[in-house]
Design a protein around this ligand. Structure first.
Ligand SMILES: Cc1cc2nc3c(=O)[nH]c(=O)nc-3n(C[C@H](O)[C@H](O)[C@H](O)COP(=O)(O)O)c2cc1C
Length: 160
């Protein structure tokens, strides 16, 4: 099975999880880059506003063709209780090329149920597996157990 991990990360947490997942699965990964500057306080404020209003942005050109993968694992930080704008944009542009999907997110404590429901609606797919991690768990390297459970669920769903 060909698997691709897609992620956006403003401050490294989601990236760390994405790299762990792709290392364990020995699969491809691709980071999504926003052309809009999200650094510093102005970047934080624009990120919060754009996510809240469910706006799209211009992302840099992607290198990997999603249609050539059986499964896309999509990771996003939570912004304003929402999907981050670069990942919303990636999904909006590419959802017609997805086969199976799974999702993960990092956050400071928001409820993740609605976030994952929104991601599923945007992709028009039911995810095979879900993983949520707090920034604290990621920073303290206390996330391997949840990652392993996520991958175990994924494998069980794939062989169903
Ligand atoms: C603009 C902005 C809005 C955020 N809004 C939320 C939020 O509503 N709920 C939450 O739990 N965390 C929120 N966070 C925190 C991030 O989701 C969290 O720090 C995440 O782990 C960052 O991932 P990253 O390092 O990959 O960018 C927000 C962060 C940013 C930058």
């Amino acid at each position: 099975m060909k698997i691709l991990v897609i992620y956006y990360s403003r401050s490294g947490k989601t990236k760390k999880v994405a790299e762990t997942i792709s290392d364990i699965l020995k699969c491809d990964k691709e980071e999504i880059f926003d052309t809009k500057n999200r650094k510093g306080i102005p970047g934080f404020l624009s990120a919060g506003a754009d996510a809240n209003l469910r706006r799209l942005t211009a992302i840099k050109e992607i290198k990997k063709n999603p249609s050539s993968y059986d499964l896309i694992i999509i990771g996003t930080p939570i912004w304003s209780s929402n999907i981050s704008t670069p990942i919303r944009t990636y999904i909006s542009l590419n959802k017609d090329y997805f086969n199976k999907v799974a999702f993960f997110c990092t956050h400071l404590g928001s409820d993740t149920k609605q976030l994952f429901a929104n991601m599923g609606n945007l992709c028009q797919k039911t995810p095979l597996s879900l993983l949520e991690l707090t920034s604290k768990e990621v920073a303290r390297d206390q996330y391997m157990q949840k990652v392993k459970e996520f991958i175990k669920n994924l494998k069980e769903e794939i062989i169903k």
